[in-house]
Design a protein around this ligand. Structure first.
Ligand code: GLA
Length: 368
């Protein structure tokens, strides 16, 4: 069975998306992609559990080949996509790729593009065959306004690709994204492994909070093999502070969110790597029971999220959304608890002890 735990990996999009120069497509090349994949291994990300290397939008050629097959941009991907995939997979990583149900990818719509489109509309079969031949392990399938451009119905269009994958490439993890426009959590669990619940996440605190708020109430849809996806990580990008990066990781851990890093792995600082690779936070995210955390209390700028762990303990995330430190006590939310362990620091304490949550920050406690 696929995706029994929330998938972990890296996706190129956030790395190459620069809000000032959007997106830096000239930087998406064979060499830069391979450098990121190598850094994923050398930095220890792979050892920490990040296994899928996903190449997002922006790699495609201007047109498909004479048989209608998807191909890479001729100048930026000179050795070709199959050669790139082979190189990434030779590092011991799994490979993911990107396509869309309509004619045009999102990026083709953002830029001054006048071609026929690289999307998979009516080419689902030929694309699934290419993906199987290339050894693809993961497909991100992104809506990109296909209802407007192509008059498509989301559940039907996504299912069409699911059927093609089932026929030609049944082991591919199928990740879809319609930004929560069409309530994918209601129909996607049947034939996909993860679905975006929200619009794109950006590297700022407001966007992180807005995304978290939109996860409230979705916990029952998620479980092994089918995950709510609040979008790829922005940890390590732009102006996010250490405490914001840590809070982002803590919240994605308690939400059982797929952990797809999106920062520049080649230049990342040790601090960012330590957050992404924190064994305790990853263990909460990957807990085999696969039960997503839910909001149990909100008070002022504080939110408390609770996740039952499969060993009988309970994880509690305290999120401080505001500008001043907040004092909390685990027994307020878990009255029967006697001890707590702070997952980030590994420090243990009595459950009645008062602890402080820094502004724009979060702590994750395991209560017993
Ligand atoms: C959408 C998706 C992003 C990314 C881009 C690519 O905005 O939500 O994650 O895939 O398209 O164009």
């Amino acid at each position: 069975m696929k995706a029994q735990k929330p998938p972990m990996g890296f996706n190129t999009w956030n790395r190459f998306l620069d809000v000032r120069d959007f997106p830096q497509v000239e930087q998406i090349t064979h060499d830069s992609v391979v450098a990121l994949a190598k850094a994923m291994v050398d930095s220890g990300m792979k050892d920490a559990g990040y296994e899928y290397f996903v190449m997002d939008d922006g790699f495609q050629g201007y047109t498909r080949d004479h048989r209608g097959r998807l191909q890479g941009h001729a100048r930026r991907f000179r050795p070709g996509i199959p050669a790139l995939i082979e190189e990434v997979k030779s590092l011991g990583l799994k490979m993911g790729i990107y396509s869309v149900p309509g004619r045009f990818t999102c990026f083709e719509q953002y830029q001054d593009y006048h071609g026929l489109g690289n999307g998979s509309l009516d080419r689902e079969e030929i694309d699934a065959i290419s993906f199987a031949e290339w050894g693809i392990d993961f497909l991100k399938y992104d809506w990109c306004r296909a209802h407007i451009n192509d008059g498509l119905d989301a559940p039907t269009a996504f299912r069409k690709m699911a059927d093609a994958l089932a026929k030609h490439a049944p082991d591919i993890v199928f990740s879809i994204s319609e930004y929560g426009l069409f309530k994918s959590h209601e129909w996607a669990p049947e034939f996909t492994n993860m679905w975006r619940t929200t619009d794109d996440l950006f590297a700022n605190w407001k966007s992180i909070l807005g995304t978290i708020d939109q996860q409230i109430g979705l916990e029952s849809y998620s479980g092994p093999g089918r995950w709510n996806d609040p979008d790829m990580l922005q940890i390590g990008n732009h102006a996010l502070t250490d405490s914001e990066n840590r809070a982002h990781m803590i919240m994605w851990a308690i939400l059982n969110a797929p952990l797809m890093a999106g920062n520049d792995l080649v230049t990342m600082t040790d601090k960012v790597r330590d957050i992404l690779c924190h064994r305790g936070l990853i263990a909460v995210n990957q807990d085999w029971g696969g039960r997503q955390g839910k909001l149990i209390r909100a008070y002022g700028e504080l939110q408390v999220w609770e996740k039952p762990m499969s060993n009988g303990s309970t994880a509690l995330a305290y999120l401080n959304r505001g500008e001043v430190a907040i004092k909390v006590r685990a027994t307020d939310d878990a009255p029967a608890a006697t001890s707590v362990r702070d997952v980030w620091s590994s420090d243990s304490a009595g459950a009645a002890e008062v602890v402080e949550v820094e502004p724009h920050g979060a702590i994750l406690l395991i209560t017993q």
